[in-house]
Ligand binder design. Structure first.
Ligand code: SAM
Length: 218
């Protein structure tokens, strides 16, 4: 997906991926990671997700990365925070309280930028990307995150021949392949959520699995 695609989605407010509640899998599984208060969490492709605010309420410093400035500004506006803004290389960084939202391309993020992160949270980031970019995304994540790190990853699985992404279907085999280098991958929950998803039902899908993984660096 090119930058223009996402900028247009935000400009037209075609943001059906945005959830107006904190993600239920995050609420249920985050404690499994055992990340202490004060530790920093990377949230790639973060949008204006309420999950950022929930992570901050758990006592974490939150480093989000998002292409669309509209999303970043909306996040702070909705949280009633007045951010400080500074330029940092390829990024414009918005900070307030526990939040640092880096507005720019995730692939421009360096190991130095995320050196303080002990964990990452991916909801609708990997599955937002077409296959070639997913490979690049997983490789980049591993290359920049500190050697000792954990992650919570939420994916979708459905019959990709029936509809185009995003969100893309990412099979279990692909997740294990993408994160084969340096990660131990453990599936922690799988739910067929098709019944509540009219957008997917009309594509004649038979199943729509949300799958949650815990990743630990090895
Ligand atoms: C499907 S949305 C998910 C947003 C968020 N994770 C959530 O759960 O609401 C994907 C987001 O990634 C952003 N994005 C896409 N490519 C990006 C990139 N290369 N770097 C940073 N953000 C990107 C898009 O603008 C969009 O807001």
């Amino acid at each position: 997906m090119h930058e223009a695609f996402w900028q247009e989605r935000w400009a037209r407010e075609q943001i059906g991926f945005h959830q107006d509640q904190v993600n239920a899998y995050l609420l249920r599984h985050w404690s499994m990671l055992g990340i202490s208060q004060g530790q920093q969490v990377l949230v790639p492709l973060c949008g204006k997700s309420l999950d950022l605010a929930w992570l901050a309420r758990q006592g974490h410093a939150v480093l989000g990365v998002e292409l669309a400035e509209k999303a970043v500004q909306a996040f702070f506006h909705e949280q009633r925070l007045q951010p400080q803004v500074r330029e940092n290389g390829a990024f414009r960084v918005y900070t307030a309280g526990a939040f640092a939202l880096w507005c720019g391309d995730f692939f421009a993020l360096s190991a130095e930028d995320v050196a303080g992160c002990q964990a990452f949270y991916d909801r609708a980031a990997l599955i937002a990307l077409p296959v070639a970019m997913r490979e690049r995304y997983a490789a980049h994540l591993r290359s920049i995150l500190p050697a000792s790190c954990q992650g919570l990853l939420i994916t979708l699985q459905y019959d990709q021949s029936k509809m185009d992404g995003p969100p893309f279907s990412v099979s279990d085999v692909e997740v294990r392949e993408r994160f084969s280098q340096g990660w131990k991958v453990c599936e922690v929950q799988r739910e067929d959520v098709l019944a509540g998803e009219w957008k997917f039902i009309r594509h004649d899908l038979r199943a729509l699995d949300e799958v949650v993984y815990h990743l630990r660096s090895e």
